[in-house]
Design a protein around this ligand. Structure first.
Ligand SMILES: [Cu+2]
Length: 296
């Protein structure tokens, strides 16, 4: 019985992370708050949802399109210095397209697909906005205005756009490119990954017209590891011991001829004592280890 219980507990524990990673589809849970503002209790949100009102200048819906956009850290890995991106950085549609966006957040933080610059009479604050805490999916629909214009699409969570979650949506031919879109346009502020920290410091000092900086790398005194020191002196003692042994062995062999084992031991003890005394008098650093051994 206990076995069965623990097996079930383990099974439940191991299935938890997998369960947590299942995508939540928020589309069926949204409550309509009017003016295209949809929300659910889990923090999913759609603003500026407009599936049927034509913007001024559009006689009819020119095309009906559906896109799926992913947002997440993993899509930023191919862009050095970026932290979050969409999986697509550029979109283009005909004017007056009815566009449905399925927004999938692959991260465990909040992301948005926020489009700016839309006509304010139709879209509150000129925005069409999908927002969700991941991993989850949320969808919304808008009708793009007429004319050639480039719209900014970004995530407005603090620093997410600066870290790469930025794209552009061109209606018609668009009216130019926006800056700092990963892989599309140059960064306004370019990171330099070639410069080293001391070089960067020197450069900053030079620009600020300050005196030469103190070297960063050598400023901190390096403490020699004690273990390594002991190791080297020990090996030094070992080498000297071996050398002495080789030299002294023939002499000792002659010396010990005819001695009893007890006499040999007594002699060796006296000999080692005098060797140690001699070495201590020499005051060599490498003998510290032998001294410690004697004290023990
Ligand atoms: Cu974000």
């Amino acid at each position: 019985m206990m076995k069965l219980v623990s097996v079930s507990v383990f099974a439940a524990l191991f299935s938890l992370p997998a369960f947590a990673l299942d995508y939540q589809d928020h589309d069926g849970l949204l409550m309509n708050h009017g003016d295209g503002h949809l929300m659910d209790m889990a923090g999913g949100m759609v603003m500026g949802n407009n599936p049927d009102t034509l913007p001024g200048g559009c006689d009819k819906i020119s095309e009906t399109k559906e896109i799926t956009v992913h947002a997440g850290h993993k899509y930023a890995e191919k862009f050095p210095g970026r932290m979050f991106t969409f999986d697509t950085q550029e979109f283009q549609f005909k004017p007056c397209t009815k566009l449905t966006v399925h927004f999938i957040n692959d991260d465990n933080v909040r992301h948005q697909w926020m489009m700016h610059g839309l006509p304010k009479y139709l879209y509150p604050k000129g925005m069409f906005h999908l927002e969700i805490s991941g991993p989850a999916k949320i969808s919304g629909t808008l009708i793009l205005p007429p004319g050639d214009k480039t719209y900014l699409v970004h995530c407005d969570i603090a620093q997410h756009m600066e870290k790469g979650m930025k794209a552009q949506l061109k209606v018609g031919k668009g009216d130019g490119d926006l800056p700092s879109i990963p892989n599309v346009t140059a960064n306004v502020i370019t990171d330099d990954y070639k410069i080293t920290l001391p070089e960067l410091l020197a450069k900053a000092h030079e620009e600020a017209n300050l005196p030469e900086p103190v070297a960063v790398v050598d400023a901190v005194p390096v403490k020699k590891p004690v273990a390594v020191e002991n190791d080297s002196s020990f090996s030094g003692v070992t080498v000297i011991g071996l050398a002495l042994g080789v030299l002294v062995a023939p002499f000792l062999a002659r010396k010990f001829k005819g001695m009893s084992p007890a006499e040999v031991a007594a002699y060796l003890f006296e000999l080692s004592k005098s060797i140690v005394r001699f070495a201590i008098e020499m005051g060599q650093g490498w003998f510290k280890t032998a001294q410690t051994m004697l004290q023990k």
